[in-house]
Design a protein around this ligand. Structure first.
Ligand code: ZN
Length: 99
């Protein structure tokens, strides 16, 4: 998936809490571990697009306190990041999987 500014910000925020491993962040946000590591090291640069402002609003750290997400049931900052990411994934073109 395309790594957007909000995803970069969220990766850095989660890492800064000290409660997430790179692997957990990778799985949670759906970006590869190499990218997570680059972001953490501050070596990942992206081109910010205009429509990212709308997405950025969904990752506003001032939006708290955490609420109980009615969709996934987790305690999250609303709107729910996990359900947002899942939504992005569900709209992505599915890759053919080896089975
Ligand atoms: Zn949710």
């Amino acid at each position: 998936m395309r790594v957007t500014k909000p995803l970069v910000d969220e990766t850095q925020r989660l890492w800064a809490t000290g409660q997430w491993s790179q692997r957990q962040i990778s799985r949670y946000l759906g970006i590869c571990r190499a990218t997570v590591r680059l972001i953490i090291l501050g070596k990942y640069t992206i081109r910010i697009r205009e429509n990212d402002e709308q997405q950025a609003a969904m990752f506003d750290p001032e939006a708290g306190p955490p609420e109980h997400c009615p969709t996934c049931g987790g305690m999250v900052y609303m709107p729910c990041h996990l359900c947002y990411i899942r939504g992005l994934k569900s709209r992505a073109i599915p890759l053919r999987r080896a089975s």
